[in-house]
Design a protein around this ligand. Structure first.
Ligand code: FNR
Length: 346
């Protein structure tokens, strides 16, 4: 159906409602679906509602926007927010990942390109704006080092600046909703990526390699001990394991049990982030940059213009929500803005 003018879109969730009426049902379902009963999918969204803010008032917050720009692995971006890697952008728009690359360039935010792209990596890399930084997400077959080496060399050749290694998918995601529409996968193969494999990969390249899918304080600590430059807390948008925690919950566990982790490496997190306040809550725990997946995929029904609009929306919301919470400088934010003693853990 015809889409309303993109400038009238008010919030990130709106893109999903518009996409539902616009995309064909199986493509929409592929984006939307989570694992099994989708309890973690709903938890990803609800976690932020349970984590209450403690807004301070009568603070001088006029300069909040100047604290939005953030470095990620040493590269400058306009926001502590990035586009998480999501497969098959071509389901929303024939320009596929190109809309995401260009929208990210217009908003000067980081885009982590999925390994399972609709467009080729060459096309995606060629669509970059001058000086635009892209990271490459990788799925590897731990039984085929030759193929892994080829993937690394391709990413280097095409100018990707870091590798995001997805480690949360030791087996298929059990996606009932997607399977019903023939867009789930059900091949029951197992491929565990161990820390040994991770360290082997790091010996093969000078690109930073960031494990994506860390879900416990134990694994965060092991990542530090292995010298990882960054970790990405994620349950894969609740598409792998129902019962897995949202990035906020993992960040909270680290905050409570090993807060020094946040000073030892860069921590990224995603899962269910839809509003500015969600971003503020993650930053308050020490997260350096926050990922958003589905909303950007749905915004791509408009192509580049939708992605740009989504960035504009979340940029404004981060600033006004931080200001209303009494944050003068996002770089100085800490957990005192969260009512953690009343957070319902279970
Ligand atoms: C994903 N995700 C994902 N992750 C990854 O490492 N490689 C991938 O190819 C994909 N593909 C993918 C497709 C779709 C349609 C979705 C929705 C998600 C997970 C993604 O990177 C991210 O962790 C979540 O999307 C974050 O949750 P939200 O923002 O979608 O709630």
């Amino acid at each position: 159906s015809a889409l309303p003018n993109v400038s009238t879109v008010v919030g990130l969730p709106d893109f999903q409602f518009l996409a539902e009426g616009h995309m064909n049902l199986s493509s929409y379902t592929y984006y939307h679906s989570g694992a099994a009963g989708e309890w973690s999918y709903r938890n990803n969204l609800e976690t932020f509602q349970r984590a209450r803010l403690r807004p301070r008032v009568m603070k001088m917050v006029d300069d909040i926007e100047s604290s939005l720009p953030t470095q990620i692995l040493g590269y400058n971006f306009s926001l502590p927010l990035f586009i998480s890697p999501c497969a098959r952008a071509g389901y929303a728009n024939e320009t596929g990942e190109l809309g995401l690359v260009r929208g990210a360039a217009a908003g000067n935010v980081l885009y982590m390109v999925t390994d399972f792209s609709s467009r080729t990596k060459e096309e995606i890399s060629a669509a970059k704006a001058e000086g635009q930084i892209l990271f490459q997400q990788l799925y590897i077959d731990p039984h085929n080092d030759t193929a892994t080496l080829e993937q690394i060399r391709e990413a280097e050749t095409l100018g990707f600046k870091a590798l995001i290694l997805t480690v949360d998918s030791a087996a298929d995601g059990n996606r009932h909703r997607a399977l019903r529409f023939g867009v789930g996968s059900a091949d029951s193969s197992y491929s565990s990526i161990t820390w040994e494999k991770y360290n082997w990969m790091r010996e093969q390249t000078s690109l930073p390699i960031v494990p994506k899918g860390i879900q416990t304080v134990e694994d965060a600590v092991i990542a530090v001990r292995n010298g990882a430059p960054a970790i990405f807390l994620s349950n894969h948008g609740a598409r792998q394991l129902d019962g897995s925690p949202n990035g906020f919950e993992v960040a909270l566990e680290i905050h409570e049990q090993a807060p020094w982790v946040f000073d030892s490496l860069e921590v990224y997190a995603d899962g269910g982030v839809r509003y500015g306040a969600d971003v503020v809550k993650l930053l308050a725990l020490g997260v350096k940059a926050v990922g958003v997946g589905r909303p950007f995929m749905f915004s791509n029904i408009y192509g580049e213009a939708g992605v740009e609009r989504a960035i504009e929306i979340i940029r404004r919301e981060i600033a006004i929500d931080a200001a209303n919470a009494g944050i003068a400088d996002l770089k100085q934010i800490n957990s005192s803005v969260l009512a953690l003693n009343r957070y319902p853990f279970w």
